[in-house]
Design a protein around this ligand. Sequence first.
Ligand SMILES: Nc1ncnc2c1ncn2[C@@H]1O[C@H](COP(=O)(O)OP(=O)(O)O)[C@@H](O)[C@H]1O
Ligand SMILES: [Mg+2]
Length: 262
Amino acid sequence: MPPTENGTAPAIEFRGVEKRFGDHTVLKGLDFTVSPGERVTLIGPSGSGKTTILRLIMTLESLTDGYIFVHGDPLTHEERGGKRVALPGKQVRANTKRIGMVFQHFNLFPNMTVIENLVEAPIHVLGLSRAEATEKARGLLAKVGLSDKETEHPSRLSGGQQQRVAIARALAMDPDILLLDEVTSALDPELVDDVLQVLRDIARETDITMLIVTHEMQFARDVSQRVMMFDGGVILEEGHPEDIFTHPTQERTRKFLSAVLD
Ligand SMILES: Nc1ncnc2c1ncn2[C@@H]1O[C@H](COP(=O)(O)OP(=O)(O)O)[C@@H](O)[C@H]1O
Ligand SMILES: [Mg+2]
């Protein structure tokens, strides 16, 4: 666990991360770090490995080789006596408790009401009482503007409302890392702004570390300090959003951006 100059470990570190699906290598020796509180936007063409990166951090996929560290601690594997050793499931689950993810297609529990969606994990994973979890959930629903939807089922909500519930559900676990995978891509255009505004508020009011996959370039500019451009599972270039968006150094970045901005 290499501390940075100021003595704090990175919030996220990929070290030599390789991911294969069958004989298809998606990520090959990927290295990067994200500082605590930093907001990083991942861009790149479809299939470049962005979702895979987030799913690896969420431990929804297993890495083929290499290591991921979260706040300096190994997430799923550690090196012991020169060998790469898988950590026990219990430890992996403890490591992911404070990592939240919001998906493109909401992924709410359809058979539960909105409030049940929000209290489920805080009760069963964090050990909150139902009363504590409910109070917290109500505060979060107010924050995302959905206090009146507490007892609705997700199917009765618009996509934008469902996504705001999904964001509230992620926040109910007090994440210190939040992973956002194209959270507005499945929404009708008129519903996008409310969702982005909720995320802007979170970015402004908290110091949650965020990894954001989005095609909303103005949003990326507003909330992130760094943009990483992926192609074929490698970082093609990275930098401040202003620099990457206005004068990318790579032709492939230029092409990608002009396609997205059209
Ligand atoms: N579960 C899976 N099984 C097989 N191939 C997969 C799976 N998930 C992703 N891939 C492949 O990995 C590559 C990267 O996918 P992904 O991470 O979803 O890219 P992106 O999010 O940048 O569009 C793609 O070629 C995709 O087909
Ligand atoms: Mg994706």
